[in-house]
Design a protein around this ligand. Structure first.
Ligand code: FES
Length: 328
């Protein structure tokens, strides 16, 4: 008989009983639905111990890397400690170490956490102004390249309370709090020769920039196609930095595109809608891994397109943004 530690209590698991059944038998409210490994509503996270790989069958690589598993498919044969995902994320105090304006009105914010902070490039954290106002932002930094500094790309919305504060009021030397990380849109290694499609609009580039640099520094050898769309060329705010990466990595292909032509700007910028461009140029995605970041509508459309173009659902990672300008 194995014992599960969960939420400060111990639960005995009988032979042939799943972790979910053991927790539910003790009246604990664990989300669940199908109880047959299909709906994934019973996802939990391993803290200590070892689970049978069958409990992770069908989960994305990045979920598995975080120790997530299906409680209804987990039949423990040894003692485990488990929790609900993200149940214990604490706020971490950070020092503002960088605050500079990029093109397109984007601010690059750099923070140094005051305590140990582990994350995968491309995950998101919640940045807090005070106890009540917080918003999610994606991590563009890479621990092995950027040390203990975290990088965020902030677009200022005219009526966005947090984005205005981050862009206009925060200064180097200030202290702010973050909470996280969360999300499963990150590079997991695995097959280094697999082709990658990274596509995003606006500051959807932030997580993609982290994922891209993480893949490159970990020696990814497959072809990597990065598509970045913006309203105009100014919105392609890391154009030169990305061209620099292309110059040093033969397997990287950068496809910037804008909805409107900007006189005097580089002629390698396509004047086209990103959604249309991807439909035309990426019609065969069998065996590819795909990362989609940007507004919810863009992500939904492209997830469907990429699936129809042959990418497996398990290989499509997405980070959809909510437009806070409508609510704050
Ligand atoms: S309850 Fe549906 S996968 Fe576990």
């Amino acid at each position: 008989m194995a014992v599960i530690r969960y939420a400060g209590r111990s639960f005995s698991v009988m032979e042939g009983e799943s972790a979910l059944e053991a927790l539910l038998a003790a009246d604990d409210e664990i989300p669940n639905h199908c109880r047959s490994g299909v709906c994934q509503s019973c996802v939990m996270q391993l803290v200590a111990g070892k689970i049978d790989p069958r409990a992770q069958k069908g989960l994305k690589d990045s979920w598995q890397a975080q120790g997530l598993f299906l409680a209804c498919q987990c039949y423990p044969d040894q003692d485990l400690e488990i929790r609900l995902p993200a149940a214990d994320r604490m706020r971490v105090g950070c020092l503002v170490t960088g605050h500079d304006k990029l093109s397109g009105g984007i601010v690059r914010l750099r923070l140094r956490p005051q305590s140990l902070f582990d994350y995968h490039p491309g995950q998101y954290v919640t940045l807090w102004r005070d106890s009540a106002l917080g918003r999610n932002y994606s991590l563009a930094s890479v621990p092995l390249l950027d040390g203990d500094e975290l990088e965020f790309h902030i677009k200022r919305f005219s009526n966005g309370r947090l984005s205005s504060w981050l862009c206009d009021c925060v200064n180097i030397g200030d202290r702010i709090e973050l909470q996280g990380p969360g999300g499963y849109c990150f590079y997991t290694g695995g097959d280094a020769g697999q082709d990658l499609l990274l596509a995003g609009t606006g500051t959807g580039l932030a997580p993609l920039y982290g994922i891209l640099r993480d893949a490159l520094q970990r020696g990814h050898t497959g072809q990597i196609h990065l598509y970045h769309g913006a309203v105009n060329a100014d919105g392609l705010y890391l154009h030169e930095a990305l061209q620099g990466l292309v110059a040093t990595h033969q397997n990287l292909h950068y496809h910037p595109c804008a909805l409107t032509k900007s006189p005097g700007r580089c002629n390698d910028i396509r004047v086209e809608d990103l959604d249309q461009l991807l439909r035309c140029e990426r019609s065969g995605l069998q065996g590819w891994k795909v990362y989609l970041c940007g507004p919810d509508e863009f992500v939904k459309k492209q997830r469907r397109h990429c699936f129809l173009a042959g990418a497996g659902l398990k290989d499509i990672y997405a980070d959809a943004f909510i437009d806070y300008s409508q609510s704050s």
